[in-house]
Write a protein that binds this ligand. Structure first.
Ligand code: URP
Ligand code: ZN
Ligand code: ZN
Ligand code: ZN
Length: 457
């Protein structure tokens, strides 16, 4: 039997902390308690004294090896998941795109081929629905049976990804009858396109214009509309990457009436300033992601949303395009810059620093929004997202006295920049276990290649 004992750490869950040992057997948590004396000497010990022992991070919003805006994201399932693992994330749920001229089943197969034998951590998929066809809903039902039990739609990007309100209604109905979940990208695409065209015509062609073309109201309006459509369809939904105060308030208001809307925000909205858009040259392109970074007022509201529970998940929206690629595509027109930034590697560290170390959330809340709630929202709990007997032994050992410096020079993401350059993190992620295997030590990947398993959700 393959066994390990994590000795003397402080185990954290959403409801509290307790000093205890964790016995891992055959990839699962076998027991939690004061186990050291009763465990045979032959069992390997990992000293966790003074460390936090927490569920491995679960990032439910990544775009790996994904065709978007005429190019492909820079990480494949090897580099992307090694980056995730070294940053303390042991599970991702990745967005598979519906491919041009392909139905949802064919597109899901294609995404499986990209991940199988490459991912080093366990992974699930959501499928993006961008092109409706007859009987698409039967394919959604079939995918749900096959363990792809969530889908995404875009209310922006007309001409490529965007669906209209009637289609949103139809897809919600399909999701409802399949027992699946719908993730919604809420921005008013048509109005954004008008503002962007006007700005471009005025000669505002540079990357910083991206922010002005997507005002907070373009998100708030779409959130409000989607909630109303969801009520008409009588099927709830999950908002991805919320960035504004108004959106949080819309979600909270729906929840107050008992309508179970759920929502995430992302690392960058909670930790970065929109001031990058004022920098000279092409630098702002690094933060050409959607929705854009917002002002402090919005960031404060997102933190309130986290702490009141209106927002239940923090994901990375890892959608990496190299700076050189952004320049190549959008040097003369900000609308052509591929939208997205890297983040899967640094989500846990940055959330620890900006949240826990800076006192904006407790360590319990950290576990809740980075692991426990993502597992609950996407049908992986309690297999994932908790340290309890029977759960997968996906565990991180974090030293609150350690430090980590984030830099593009040392990152594992296949990227030429990070938005968190120079961040000094007041912890280190000393060990990462995935199904009991030690896969990362102090930021270095030490696991086998291609060991990740598809999670049927
Ligand atoms: O900037 C982003 N988020 N890229 C596009 C993918 C998405 O989630 O909308
Ligand atoms: Zn989106
Ligand atoms: Zn995304
Ligand atoms: Zn590159």
């Amino acid at each position: 039997m393959d066994a390990k004992l994590l000795v003397g750490g402080t185990i954290v869950s959403s409801t509290g902390k307790v000093r205890a040992d964790v016995l891992i057997e055959n990839g699962k948590v076998a027991a939690v308690g004061m186990l050291d004396a009763a465990t045979p000497d032959a069992v390997e010990r990992v000293d966790c004294d003074g460390k936090y022992v927490m569920p491995g991070g679960i990032d439910v919003h990544t775009h790996i090896d994904s065709p978007l805006m005429g190019t492909t994201t820079a990480d494949d399932f090897v580099s992307g998941t090694i980056a995730a693992a070294t940053g303390g994330t042991t599970t991702i749920v990745d967005f598979g795109q519906q491919l041009a001229g392909k139905n949802l089943l064919e597109s899901a197969d294609a995404h499986h081929k990209k991940a199988q034998g490459k991912s080093v951590i366990d992974y699930g998929f959501h499928m993006c629905v961008t092109d409706l066809y007859e009987n698409f809903d039967s394919h959604m039902a079939e995918l749900t049976q096959d363990g792809i039990s969530s889908f995404k739609v875009f209310m922006a990007y007309r001409g490529s990804l965007m669906i209209n309100d009637g289609e949103l209604f139809d897809i919600l109905k399909g999701v409802g009858s399949s027992g699946a979940k719908l993730c919604v990208h809420a921005e008013n695409g048509d109005v954004i396109d008008r503002i962007a065209a006007d700005l471009y015509a005025q000669g505002k062609t540079g990357p910083g214009t991206h922010e002005i073309a997507r005002p907070p109201a373009s998100e708030v309006e779409a959130v409000s509309r989607a909630i109303k459509i969801s009520r008409m369809a009588e099927v709830p939904l999950y908002f991805v990457h919320l960035s504004t105060q108004g959106a949080v308030e819309e979600v909270a208001a729906a929840q107050m009436t008992g309508w179970p809307i759920s929502a995430e925000t992302c690392t960058h909205y909670l930790s970065l300033s929109r001031d990058i858009y004022d920098q000279p040259g092409f630098e702002p392109a690094k933060a050409v992601l959607t929705p854009p970074l917002r002002t402090q007022e919005h960031q404060d509201a997102l933190w309130r949303g986290i702490n009141t529970g209106a927002l239940s998940v923090v994901s990375s929206d890892h959608c990496p395009f190299c700076f050189e690629e952004k320049q190549r595509m959008g040097a003369d027109d900000f609308r052509q810059i591929p939208n997205g930034g890297p983040g899967v590697e640094h989500r846990m560290l940055v959330m620890y620093e900006t949240g826990v170390a800076e006192g904006k959330m407790t360590i319990e809340k950290f576990v809740e929004v980075t692991a426990e709630n993502p597992a609950k929202q996407f049908d992986m709990y309690p297999k994932k997202g908790t340290i309890a007997p029977g759960s997968d032994a996906d565990i991180i050992v974090v030293d609150p006295n350690g430090t980590t410096l984030i830099s593009a020079d040392t990152q594992k993401q296949n990227m030429d920049y990070t938005l968190f350059e120079g961040f000094k993190i007041r912890c280190s992620i000393d060990q990462v276990f995935s199904r009991g295997d030690l896969i990362s030590v102090k930021g270095d990947y030490v696991g086998a290649s291609g060991r990740g398993e598809f999670i049927k959700r």
